[in-house]
Design a protein. Structure first.
Length: 72
């Protein structure tokens, strides 16, 4: 039993580290790929989508709560 644990511990300590490093590098490269610039810019601009035309105020007595935007 102890021998199996030692073998698994050595494997995880060496090849596990290599695997996790490769996963990290792949995630970074996937994020910084040239085709993702438009996606990142669109996501970054989500809070500013309605700056030129704010959402309209809810009508008095509106029953459809899902149609009106929450205001603070």
């Amino acid at each position: 039993m102890e021998d199996t644990y030692t073998i698994m511990r050595v494997f995880a300590g060496s090849w596990g580290l290599v695997f996790m490093f490769l996963v990290f590098v792949c995630v970074i490269l996937f994020t910084l790929r040239p085709g993702s610039r438009k996606v990142h810019q669109d996501t970054a601009n989500i809070p500013f989508r309605h700056d030129d035309k704010p959402a309209r105020a809810p009508l008095p007595g509106a029953q459809d709560a899902h149609l009106t935007e929450a205001r603070q």
